[in-house]
Design a protein around this ligand. Structure first.
Ligand SMILES: [Zn+2]
Length: 335
């Protein structure tokens, strides 16, 4: 017997007074004596069967996926003969000089619109040029003062070796001629070159260093870009352009200290995409160095990765993926 039940049994006499005689029997603790069994562990012991696994074991078995059948309305998938096709297959050459010129002009105009979208449109600085296929010492360039976001094919100017406009109207940025004429002359393989004062390229240029191979993407420029460490104000003569071209050498890009970045390539697509990628690589290294001490990719791996991601074919297709959306959204660019 527990202490609690014993205490209740000892209260057998009801507490009543004479004044209350005649009234019905008041409730007394006797009624509590009739309480059958106080709470005890025996009550729990009497529970028949604790929660068991039976409930889960009794759950219906998981049904297997039904076997699907083709029907008359849904015939089997028809596959063609297996073939191999990769992104970087060669693009068919254009059939004529006129077609090649138009191809370069369209991509040049699109490149300006893309540069505007990327924010590479600071002030009046910035130019992308494309060599003409018929007059290889002439190049197409944007008119000075026209915002990149509004440039159309019909706005492009053709400039000769003297910096004179021979097709189109509108002023030419003197710096554009001074820099690009020298590069097109020094590098016959270069079809296009791009230079603007984009924020991250400009910020990185102040450090006076080439980029490290910090990421897969930045390996596109591993041992393939140079530093031009001789800023002397706005480039207004071809002598300085020639020195920039000499610093560029056979590489795809050059960082112009205290100025910005420049890319050059065998197609408009390559020069433009490499510009976008180089500004992005500058941004990435600035972020990484601000956050800590980045760990560079080892030389052998960086060299291999450069071969994998640094080719003009990859740049061409990267640019093409941007071109399609832009032309769809801004079809006037091709007018
Ligand atoms: Zn500049």
């Amino acid at each position: 017997m527990t202490d609690l039940s014993a205490a209740l049994q000892n209260t057998s006499e009801p507490h009543s007074t004479n004044a209350l005689q005649g009234t019905p029997e008041p409730q007394s603790t006797n009624t509590l004596q009739d309480t059958p069994v106080p709470l005890s562990t025996s009550a729990l012991q009497g529970t028949p069967e604790p929660l068991s696994k039976h409930a889960l074991q009794d759950a219906p078995a998981r049904q297997s996926a039904p076997t699907l059948q083709n029907t008359a309305d849904t015939p089997p998938l028809q596959r063609h003969a297996p073939l191999r096709k990769f992104w970087f297959d060669d693009v068919p050459p254009r059939a004529s000089i006129a077609a090649e010129r138009r191809y370069r002009q369209e991509r040049l105009a699109v490149a300006f619109r893309l540069f505007a979208r990327y924010g590479f449109d600071q002030g009046l600085a910035g130019h992308i040029t494309a060599r003409d296929p018929e007059w290889p010492d002439h190049f197409w360039v944007n008119p000075f003062g026209k915002h990149f976001s509004r440039i159309r094919v019909s706005d492009l100017l053709l400039v000769n070796t003297e910096g004179e406009i021979v097709v189109g109207e509108g002023p030419v940025n003197q710096a554009a001629f001074a820099i690009h004429a020298a590069i097109h002359e020094a590098r016959p393989d270069v079809i296009a070159a791009a230079h603007t004062h984009s924020l991250y390229g400009k910020a990185w240029s102040t450090l006076g260093r080439t980029l490290d191979p910090l990421t897969q993407d930045s390996c596109a420029f591993y041992q393939d870009h140079a530093l031009f460490d001789d800023f002397r104000g706005v480039v207004l003569d071809t002598d300085e352009g020639a020195r920039i071209a000499a610093a560029l050498g056979e590489r795809k890009a050059v960082i112009l200290k205290n100025h910005g970045i420049l890319t050059a390539g065998p197609s408009v697509e390559a020069a433009a995409w490499w510009y976008i990628a180089l500004d992005n690589a500058c941004h990435a290294q600035l972020l990484a160095e601000a956050a800590g001490t980045p760990q560079a990719i080892p030389h052998d791996v960086a060299t291999l990765t450069h071969e994998q991601v640094g080719r003009p074919g990859g740049a061409l297709f990267a640019f093409q993926s941007l071109l399609e959306g832009l032309v769809e959204a801004e079809p006037d660019v091709l007018t």
